[in-house]
Design a protein around this ligand. Structure first.
Ligand SMILES: Cc1cc2nc3c(=O)[nH]c(=O)nc-3n(C[C@H](O)[C@H](O)[C@H](O)COP(=O)(O)O)c2cc1C
Length: 362
């Protein structure tokens, strides 16, 4: 096993990454209110982490309808694009690369964010989730099922958001198909009870995901579009009758685009995102189907990552929590410097404390 594999360059679509260490997308809930605009602190935060092979931004809502968490940034207004421009300029000036994660929460939301209206979803299936609103933690209600023409309009919102990401200077976009949000709600059989062209057969359930990917590819080109999925997670109570078949089919369809990468979150046992009842592992089957760059995520340490790379389980590994408290994670892994521990009380929301004040080791 080569101990240096994490630090070798790798070609991801249009980009040559200097190492295999990806910064996983992480919501930090520090956008400016009102307007959900990324701030100058956000630019500092990402620029501090620019030695990552690739940064994937926190989920960013593609429309006003797409929001489900307080103080999360959007990519649908001119102010938001201007805010993100500061971020991409800072990351590029620091020598880094950054994709924007395109996000629609679907049912995982609350009327608080929609002037009292219900959140939207493929079908009126109540998630098991709470929403953090301006009034604290609140129960997520049963959503309203989208009409067919509304589904098509959301695909166009994704297209416009990708255009906005391009205008903001991002190197590409990641389609957020993971964690029980809108795209996942369409894909998985437990949340999709539709009888139109977006429901029923596996082909129909995957249609929304693939139309969104096509829209992003139309804007950026396939070599600047990635896709994130979490085939064995059950966030928001999401479920599928046959996850292996569902995610294998979707992966086979994604393979046809020649995407920059496939990003699979399949948490290692004991991880906080691992399901109570294991549905996995599914990633090894997907790895055989998808021939492009393959990112694994979910509880990896340097040692476990090195092992996964040497066994060809993945080409790249993404790290979430380790990047919060270690802006120089790449250097620390390279020099075997002990990691700082992140404070979970400042993961979401608040000030620059726990955001841009974690020091580098040198
Ligand atoms: C604070 C926090 C926020 C997160 N926000 C997002 C997000 O916006 N989009 C996403 O796809 N995953 C999100 N995740 C999941 C991470 O991308 C990653 O899948 C997870 O943390 C597991 O990787 P790790 O064990 O290396 O942290 C978040 C995780 C954390 C801890």
């Amino acid at each position: 096993m080569s101990a240096s594999m994490l630090f070798t360059p790798f070609q991801v679509g249009a980009l040559t990454l200097p190492n295999r260490i990806i910064m996983a997308p992480m919501t930090r809930s520090r956008a400016q209110r009102p307007g959900n605009v990324p701030t100058p602190s956000t630019a500092i935060y990402y620029a501090q982490r620019a030695t990552a092979g690739l940064i994937i931004s926190e989920g960013s809502q593609i429309s006003a309808q797409a929001v489900g968490y307080i103080d999360t940034p959007g990519i649908h207004s001119a102010e938001q694009v201007a805010g993100w421009k500061l971020v991409t300029e800072a990351v590029h000036a620091a020598g880094g690369r950054i994709f924007l994660q395109l996000w629609h929460v679907g049912a995982i939301s609350h009327p608080y964010f929609h002037n009292g209206a219900l959140p939207v979803a493929p079908s009126a299936v109540k998630p098991t989730a709470t929403a953090f609103t301006g009034n604290g933690m609140e129960e997520v209600p049963t959503p309203r099922a989208l009409d067919t023409h509304e589904v098509k309009a959301i695909v166009e919102d994704f297209r416009q958001a990708a255009k906005n990401a391009q205008a903001a200077g991002f190197d590409g976009v990641e389609v957020h198909g993971a964690n029980g949000f809108l795209i996942d709600q369409f894909l998985q059989s437990g949340t999709n009870l539709r009888t139109d062209e977006y429901g029923g057969s596996l082909e129909n359930r995957a249609r929304f995901a693939l139309e969104v990917v096509q829209a992003a590819v139309d804007v950026f080109g396939a070599d600047r579009v990635g896709y994130k999925m979490s085939p064995s997670a059950n966030l928001g109570g999401i479920s599928d009758a046959d996850p292996l078949a569902t995610f294998s089919y979707l992966t086979g369809q994604l393979e046809r685009f020649g995407l920059a990468y496939l990003h699979v979150m399949e948490a290692l046992p004991g991880h906080f995102m691992a399901p109570k009842e294991s549905k996995g592992p599914i990633a090894p089957a997907l790895r055989k189907i998808f021939t492009g760059p393959f990112i694994l995520n979910g509880g990896y340490t340097k040692e476990v990552a090195e092992r996964a790379l040497s066994l060809h389980e993945a080409n790249l590994i993404s790290f979430g929590v380790p990047f919060i408290a270690n802006p120089d994670l790449v250097a620390r892994y390279r020099t075997d410097t002990p990691l700082s521990q992140a404070d979970p009380s400042t993961f979401y929301g608040g000030t620059d404390k726990g955001y841009v004040d974690y020091p580098s080791s040198e």
